[in-house]
Every structure is written in C-alpha cells, then in structure tokens.
Ligand binder design. Structure first.
Ligand code: URA
Length: 193
C-alpha cells in the first residue's frame, strides 16, 4: 500500500503542531491496511511513543485480550491507529489544535484503508466524528458514515483498566458484547445495516 507508506514518510517530517518536538517516535499504525475493520484511538502513551506502535502498553494489552475473546485477530482483522500520531506530554488529552493538525492525515488513512467498519475507541475518537453524544450513550451503536462505511463507538480500554467487574452490563461485559457484534458485522454487507 504505497500511499500509506508515503503518508508515514511525510508525517516523519510533520511540524504541524509542537508535539513533534517532544515525541520519541511517530506512532502511525499497526495491523492490516487491507482489513475490514479500522480502529481509531486517542493518542500514543509512553510505551507507544517508545516503540512507535499503537496500543502496546497496558491498555493495548487489555484491548488485545478483548479482541481475542471476540475472535478478532489484531494483525489480520484490524488496522489500528490513533487520532494523534505523536504523544502528548504526560498523556494529557489532545488539544483541539493538535487534533486539527492531525486530522488530514487520519482522513487519508481512512480513505486509503477504506474499511467496512470504523471503531471509534473512546471519547476523543468519538468526538471527532459524532457530535452531541457521549461514549456511554453511543457505544455499541451503528452510525452511518459516507461511502458505505459505518462507525461503531466502543469504550476505551484505559477506562476498563479502572473497572474490573465482569457482571452483566458492566463496562467489560459491554466491551466484549460490542466487539463480538463488530466481528459479526464485519462478515455482513454493512450497506444493508
Ligand atoms: N491509548 C490510545 O488511545 N492509543 C494508544 O495507542 C495507546 C493508548
């Protein structure tokens, strides 16, 4: 997929916001650029910044466990990236100016991968695409995007690190249900949904 490689190269030299001067590594993507499912998270944390790969820290490992339980293969079934490609210092929330600077690159990733389903993982990713709702209300629902793609918001795994219950309708229970639903949806014609 040469255009993603070119985009990554371009981003290595991006000076669109000040985060380029504090990051260690650009965190562009992981997984399969030909996958039917794309996941958009918030921004790299310390482990991601160190390794240059999204979702490899504690939250990422928990996400992997949920993927496995839902029958989703991280390397084969999903293309994973973030709203921001560079780590905000001390893991603070991305600022609007940083999201605006990174948005054209994310858009190009979305257009090139052209997945059936885009998972909006957590509130930051949700807010960029679906207005006037919250992650608790929106998670597990299908929102129609343009060109036949659908968006499905889910909880961010860092939220699940603070909520351990597996009871019916607990955040972890809902996360597993949402990912199982997404897996099933990925096997369907989503334009019919
Ligand atoms: N949280 C995110 O949103 N993205 C990562 O890559 C890691 C943690």
């Amino acid at each position: 997929m040469p255009s993603l490689e070119k985009l990554k190269e371009k981003l290595q030299n991006c000076k669109g916001c000040p985060l380029c001067s504090t990051r260690t590594n650009l965190v562009f993507s992981d997984g399969n650029p030909n996958a039917d499912i794309m996941l958009i998270g918030e921004a790299p944390g310390a482990d991601e910044d160190r390794l240059g790969i999204p979702f490899v820290g504690r939250a990422g490992k928990l996400l992997d466990e949920f993927f496995k339980k839902a029958g989703i293969d991280r390397q084969k079934d999903v293309y994973i990236c973030n709203t921001l490609k560079c780590r905000p210092p001390n893991n603070r929330k991305p600022e609007l100016s940083e999201k605006k600077a990174c948005a054209p690159y994310l858009k190009q990733q979305m257009e090139t991968v052209n997945p059936k389903i885009i998972i909006l993982c957590g509130a930051t990713a949700l807010e960029s695409f679906i207005k006037g709702t919250t992650i608790s209300r929106a998670r597990g629902k299908v929102f129609k995007g343009s060109k036949g793609t659908v968006f499905v918001p889910i909880f961010h795994p860092s939220y699940l690190l603070r909520h351990h219950s597996l009871e019916e309708n607990s955040p972890r229970d809902l996360m597993l249900k949402d990912l199982r639903f997404i897996k099933k949806l990925s096997l369907q014609d989503v334009t019919e949904v």
